[in-house]
Design a protein around this ligand. Structure first.
Ligand code: SF4
Length: 453
């Protein structure tokens, strides 16, 4: 599976450091490489570090960060290296004071913008596209003499996906790209008005979701509410379909749709599209759970936990040998043999990218005694790279690249294989193709992508 990319949060009103810290923990699934928080009292305080949120930011840090406004970030890099300088929030001193940025997404024209800025005498510390946004914002705020005008001028030049949390001196803004590719919503937690990549932050911290940030909207969070600078782009949206399929937590609402409902409906439709006789529907935990429940409901085939996940094995490192890679999967997942032995199993998962993990899981199930393994996948085949913020770049590694369905089935070692249809995906999300990005499924992207084959 692709690894998650980034999550952002912003808050203003009351004491926000605990909200930012705990909010980042709620969206930890969106990035585990590094975490950071910047807050503003009389001056900016910043804490960033490698690892999970509680590893990067200590309780003493949270105390130091105590302030009435701030932003935060969890990161898995899609563009840029893994150096400490690439950790976010990134900061700079600019015309309107200290500025900090947290970015989720990917700018497809960042190399051109970087070259233009370099030509204008700007310097860079990292090769990250987030730094390009930060420098561009500083420039446009300085040249227009106005923060909001500067943001809107920068947005006219940025092509790609960006949900931003931005702190300029004591002011906090959130910004969503004109196509609203990455999720971003506004809510309230106690006295604080907040924004986060996923609505589950508000739920988990005892607050409430107010609404999604609109396409191209700039929102300022204040002590007493939020001020919206109306969307000024008239393009249709291009929400990333993969948020509903895989990335977002099932208990989040993304652009008005509960992720759990979408995945369950996909499973129900998949049962009608691709029925098969079997004894159990088994999810790959946790990504395939809602899909398996839906498939089970619609088919009448019982749902069973046949694979048990070890929640404490966090990361799969690059393993040098096949033996090590097999070991890594069996450390993460164990087959519940008394359930599986001699049974015909429908194995449900949200999507397949490279297929290497899926192949090993099918092998595990057979070793555990499954008499048949039928794969049901809740998303059409991924055939094209993502340039908009998901770490799926190397098309040669995709299992569906250059293979037909039968060859993929053979590669994975399954008895049967079926992907959800495009109609299923669209009907389950409840949006039209014109409202979504489907680039990795179709090779057609909502923005011009340089160097796309
Ligand atoms: S290409 Fe795929 S993963 Fe990337 S933004 Fe579009 S739908 Fe999402």
């Amino acid at each position: 599976m692709p690894r998650e990319y980034c999550g952002i949060i912003a808050a203003a009103g009351g004491e926000v450091s605990h909200i930012l810290f705990n909010g980042l923990r709620v969206i930890q699934h969106r990035g585990q490489e590094s975490a950071g928080i910047a807050t503003f009292n009389d001056s900016m305080a910043l804490r960033r570090g490698s690892g999970l949120v509680h590893e990067a930011i200590t309780p003493a840090d949270v105390k130091t960060l105590s302030a009435p406004r701030g932003i935060g970030h969890v990161r898995y890099s899609t563009v840029g290296g893994q150096s400490d300088e690439c950790q976010q929030p990134m900061t700079v001193r600019a015309r309107f004071g200290e500025m900090a940025i947290a970015h989720n997404g990917e700018i497809v024209n960042s190399e051109k913008l970087r070259a233009d800025l370099l030509g204008g005498g700007w310097s860079f510390v990292t090769d990250s596209d987030s730094e390009v946004i930060l420098r561009l914002l500083s420039l446009k705020m300085a040249t227009t003499g106005d923060i909001v005008h500067g943001i809107s001028e920068a947005m006219k030049l940025l092509v790609g996906s960006y949900s931003l949390a931005l702190m300029v001196g004591a002011r906090v803004f959130v910004v969503r790209d004109p196509l609203a590719i990455r999720p971003l919503c506004i809510g309230r937690i106690g006295e604080a008005f907040c924004s986060a990549s996923e609505s589950v932050v508000f739920d988990s911290l005892g607050g409430e979701l107010i609404r999604d940030v609109l396409p191209g909207e700039i929102v300022e969070l204040t002590d007493s509410g939020f001020v919206t600078h109306a969307p000024f782009f008239e393009a249709p949206t291009a929400h990333c379909m993969f948020e509903w399929v895989y990335f977002a937590r099932p208990d989040s609402y993304v652009d008005g749709r509960l992720v759990y409902d979408v995945r369950r409906k996909m499973g129900m439709r998949l049962a009608q599209e691709s029925p098969v006789e079997a004894d159990f529907v088994v999810p790959i935990p946790d990504s395939g759970r809602a899909l398996a429940i839906g498939y089970s409901e619609a088919s009448g085939i019982p749902h069973a936990e046949g694979l048990i996940k070890n929640r404490y094995v966090q990361r799969t490192f690059i393993m040098p040998s096949q033996r090590d890679r097999d070991m890594s999967i069996s450390l993460k997942l164990n087959v519940l043999k008394p359930v599986i032995q001699g049974k015909r199993v429908i194995l449900a998962d949200d999507s397949i990218v490279r297929g290497t993990t899926m192949k090993q899981i099918v092998k595990l199930l057979r070793k555990g005694g499954a008499s048949e393994v039928h794969l049901r996948i809740g998303c059409p085949a991924i055939i094209s790279p993502c340039y908009l913020g998901i770490d799926m770049k190397n098309i040669d590694e995709f299992v569906a690249h250059g293979r037909d369905l039968e060859s993929i089935r053979k590669f994975l070692g399954a008895d049967t294989l079926a992907y959800a249809s495009m109609d299923n995906l669209l009907a389950s999300i409840g949006k039209s193709p014109e409202q979504l990005c489907l680039g990795c499924l179709t090779g057609k992207y909502p923005v011009p992508v340089p160097n796309h084959p």
